[in-house]
Design a protein around this ligand. Structure first.
Ligand code: PRX
Length: 685
């Protein structure tokens, strides 16, 4: 790859010289040299990064061992096996003791309600984590136990996850927007012995009674013969103290005061967080873990409909998230960094918690929403904390674009230096709005492509080094070797389009699907032996830039969150009126993609507005609000092949009102097509 002089599809964007001067990787040539070194001698390259961390014992065997080829045996990846460390010790104790960052702010917490704020330093965070780790130990939690965490974006969520990591327990965080069914399914799959949650929280104006949803989930677990022994509850609603000392300027509005008695309580199982913490000791020795011990499980949608518990391990995840954070955001100690993702997703794990803390960074932790109480909220927060590095999703940018320039220009955003995006392809229009307006034409945009499975950035620009093309995730990060394959598994060279795969591991690649290694092997390594298959389509242009074209399996990406069509279909067919359902993805101006559902009703059932509402509610209840269908269409018949397979390709075209159906010779009953076109939902297309 050579630095192109000019972009074939338009302008190339480069960082300003002052950013380059101070950057860790100042030029494209420097990136190339480091990249080649990372491939030629991975042990040396990653070994140098690992040296910045504390290892109780070093590994005596090979730095990396792996097999990516299913035809040669079991798939496995091991980095520094035999070395022992503790990630919590490294991001807290090491930063406090060795790096003298005890007084540095780890998080500025900005609540949903403006004015509700807290801050916590590295030493205060360490203390809270030690106390809570002791609480967990007192509850009998041991190394290797799984702990489910279902919490809003509050500091206690970080405390809970790091406390697990400190004692070697495996956290499984479930996004607080998921339903009771989804939480129950995840608790059962990972056999969690304890749940940590909160009484509730506000999302904008809306009260979410989290404990009530958690109770429903626990009840369902019990009915499935898996009673969870303990549930620890943070009292977040109406808290007056804002426990980490930094009191809010205003007391919470009185409508938001909640009494203990309003929280549904089960005295056999439930315990208040603050009561347990009151008596907990402030000293807690870390549990030394093998580099390959499991750190956490995080569920992601699977094409069969059942979520997959993606497993990440301690050592590789630690060094990769630390290194990507440092290089991709060009982190410097004076930065104030803000990632708007929820900790319930991988972005919040890697780039709101582990990566920034490993670097001793100061971050903003935001509980609220971009449009609450007004459409300038994000820009106001950027000015308030003088944020220098800002990381968000294309869906957020598109949402804010709708309100024009004025709400952005109300704030000056002069502190910003680097902008980032993640979660889905960013359309050039949104990229340019972000670059020209939000970043005042002076901030490079790092369009980071990665997945829950990859643990960290795999394709991404480096802000000072990589000339940017709007919409391209550009080049691989250190240690990552992408390839594009055709349908037959042949590697395509030069300009090409096909399946995006990776040829060798990098430290934070997932190690297995929890409790189902075979599913891990089949999902990611079976289609093309010798490669990790991402499930994404990709183009490489003549300058070697990578452009993600979107999912090529039965997954869809709604507002940057992956959902499987099968998951939604199985929720829909639970309704007594529905005989069959087929779900396809449909373009959406803000969410990127949305759900367009075709339902075939049982005999005698009537399709009407109230049924449509019931079905939407059902999907929300079974999965969560992110999965709410935008369109539900009556489909008395579905387009099927003679062997009974639904032809989704045709359904996608019908949803888009595209009459060019291509080859329909394998269709069993072509008559259904006319009927489906005439029943279409009004989508504006
Ligand atoms: O399709 C790709 C898309 O998001 C998928 C991964 O989703 P998830 O595991 O939920 O993780 C999201 C946060 C890392 C990918 O397979 N995706 C993610 N980032 C990008 C992207 N698509 C295009 N460009 C990106 N920068």
């Amino acid at each position: 790859m050579a630095v192109p002089e000019c972009a074939p599809q338009g302008e190339l964007y480069r960082a300003a010289p002052d950013l380059c001067q101070a950057a860790h990787v100042p030029t494209f040539q420097c990136y190339q040299e480091l990249y080649h070194r990372s491939l030629e001698d991975p042990a040396d390259f990653w070994g140098d990064i690992a040296k910045e961390f504390y290892w109780k014992t070093h590994c005596s065997g090979p730095f990396l061992q792996y097999n990516f080829d299913l035809t040669k045996g079991k798939i496995y990846v091991e980095y520094m096996k035999g070395a022992s460390t503790n990630i919590c010790y490294n991001i807290l104790d090491r930063n406090v003791e060795k790096n003298k960052l005890g007084e540095k702010i780890a998080f500025f917490w900005e609540g949903n309600e403006p004015g509700n704020t807290m801050k916590i330093t590295y030493s205060e965070l360490l203390l809270k984590v030690c106390q809570f780790a002791n609480v967990l130990r007192e509850q009998g939690v041991k190394k290797g136990d799984r702990i489910s965490i279902y919490m809003p974006m509050i500091i206690e969520l970080v405390v809970a996850m790091l406390a697990c990591a400190r004692i070697g327990a495996i956290h499984s965080i479930v996004f607080a927007g998921f339903s009771a069914d989804s939480l129950c399914e995840r608790i059962l799959d990972s056999r969690c012995c304890l749940l940590i949650t909160a009484d509730g929280f506000y999302r904008g104006d809306k009260l979410i009674s989290l404990k009530q949803i958690a109770n429903e989930a626990l009840q369902k677990c019990k009915e499935k013969c898996f009673p969870v022994k303990r549930c620890i509850v943070v009292k977040h609603l109406g808290r007056e103290d804002y426990t980490f000392k930094e009191a809010s300027n205003q007391s919470p509005p009185s409508k938001r005061m909640h009494l203990d008695t309003q929280v549904p309580w089960n005295a056999d199982v439930d315990l208040w967080w603050h009561e347990l913490m009151r008596d907990a000791s402030k000293e807690c020795a870390p549990e030394w873990c093998d580099s390959e011990d499991e750190l956490f499980i995080l569920y992601t949608s699977g094409s069969t409909g059942k979520p997959k518990g993606v497993v990440h391990t301690v050592g590789g995840y630690m060094i990769f998230t630390a290194a990507t954070f440092k290089y991709v955001f060009d982190y410097h100690p004076e930065d104030v960094y803000w990632c708007t993702a929820d900790i319930g997703w991988i972005t919040g794990h890697s780039y709101l918690t582990y990566g920034p803390l490993a670097n001793g960074a100061t971050s903003v932790l935001f509980e609220g929403l971009p449009l609450y109480p007004g459409v300038s909220r994000l820009w106001q927060i950027i000015d308030k904390y003088q944020v220098t590095k800002f990381y968000t999703a294309p869906t957020v940018i598109r949402l804010l674009m709708k309100f024009g320039e004025k709400p952005v220009k109300k704030y000056n955003r002069q502190s910003l230096k680097v902008l980032g995006t993640v979660g889905e392809p960013i359309n050039p229009e949104a990229w340019l709005w972000y670059y020209n307006l939000v970043g005042n034409k002076k901030c490079p945009i790092v369009d980071t492509f990665w997945q829950t499975e990859t643990g960290g950035h795999v394709l991404t620009p480096l802000p000072a080094a990589t000339p940017m093309k709007p919409g391209s995730a550009t080049f691989p990060f250190f240690g990552v070797v992408p390839a594009i394959l055709d349908e037959f598994g042949e590697e395509l060279e030069g300009e090409a389009e096909g399946y995006l795969v990776f040829k060798q591991p990098w430290p934070s690649i997932m190690r297995t699907v929890y409790g189902n290694h075979e599913r891990f092997e089949t999902t990611y390594f079976k289609k093309f032996p010798g490669y990790y298959v991402t499930g994404d389509g990709c183009k490489r242009d003549k300058d070697g830039y990578y452009w993600i074209t979107g999912r090529i399996d039965d997954m869809l990406n709604v507002s940057g969150h992956l959902l499987s069509t099968a998951e939604v279909e199985s929720a829909l067919v639970e309704h007594a009126a529905v005989a069959e359902a087929a779900v396809v993805s449909h373009p959406h101006p803000v969410k990127g993609e949305c759900l367009y559902c075709f339902v075939t009703l049982r005999d005698g059932q009537e399709f009407n507005a109230s049924l449509t509402e019931e079905l939407k509610k059902l999907v929300r209840r079974k999965i969560g609000p992110i999965a709410t269908p935008d369109y539900i269409q009556n489909a008395p018949g579905l387009p099927k092949t003679r062997s009974g397979k639904i032809m989704r390709r045709i359904l996608r075209k019908i949803a888009k009102n595209d009459q060019e159906l291509g080859d329909i010779s394998t269709l069993a009953d072509p008559a259904v097509i006319t009927q489906l076109f005439s029943n279409r939902c009004q989508t504006g297309l």
